[in-house]
Write a protein that binds this ligand. Structure first.
Ligand code: ATP
Ligand code: MG
Length: 197
């Protein structure tokens, strides 16, 4: 049976922290593939300006090019409207017939899990791999859900890169370098298109 990782996010922009999170999960859980799923209209970022989905997808395509095990998944974009993880995983479950799905998140995102649509069903139906992000310890993240909902949650403790899209946008806005935080092609794209100005 194939094992597929699913990394949902805004990817505004894709950076090496995302790629490393996918790679460590792939390595730790022996995943065959990892799907990167950009949110169409992130329900948790209402009120915050998110870069046009076309540009976010372009950057994902550039950053994932040539990575055989990493794939862009357009499920949430094609569905449109707010992107709910439960809908995405249910859809992938149907498409990927029988594959074992692993949703990959950082501990910061997992902290909010109880605000996600149908979070109990989500944690009952699917396996989760949670990375420790700087600033949010695994224990704090684990504590947000009762133990009975943690049976399918694996907390990964390998060191993550301290990189965030927020910091990259801040640097770009200040016309500072974002080189080596994002793939070279993403850096070029940001500069060519004057993103985050
Ligand atoms: P922003 O600062 O805009 O929130 P971000 O860097 O957190 O951006 P997202 O697109 O929000 O990136 O993150 C998507 C998923 O990837 C989330 O589960 C998040 O926790 C995880 N993630 C992002 N950056 C890292 C990182 N450096 N290490 C591990 N996981 C990460
Ligand atoms: Mg984030």
């Amino acid at each position: 049976m194939s094992k597929i990782g699913v990394l949902g996010g805004t990817f505004d922009p894709l950076h090496y922290g995302h790629l490393r999170a996918a790679e460590v999960a792939r390595d730790a859980l022996s995943l065959d593939r990892v799907l990167f799923v950009p949110a169409a209209n992130p329900p948790h970022k209402q009120g915050v300006t998110v870069t046009d989905v076309g540009a976010r997808v372009d950057m994902l395509e550039l950053g994932l090019a040539g990575e055989a095990e990493f794939e862009l998944c357009r499920a949430e974009i094609e569905r449109g409207g707010p992107s709910y993880t439960i809908e995405t995983l249910d859809e992938l479950k149907r498409q990927e017939r029988g594959a074992e799905l692993w949703f990959i998140t950082g501990s910061d995102a997992f902290l909010e899990i109880r605000t996600w649509r149908d979070w109990e069903a989500l944690l009952t139906r699917y396996s989760f791999a949670v990375h420790e992000r700087p600033g949010v310890g695994i224990d704090a993240a684990a504590a947000v859900v009762p133990e009975s909902y943690r049976e399918r949650v694996v907390f990964l403790t390998r060191e993550m890169l301290n990189i965030s899209s927020t910091e990259i946008r801040r640097l770009a806005r200040a016309k500072r370098s974002i080189r080596f935080l994002v793939p070279q092609a993403v850096d070029d794209y940001v500069r060519r298109n004057h993103l985050y100005q």
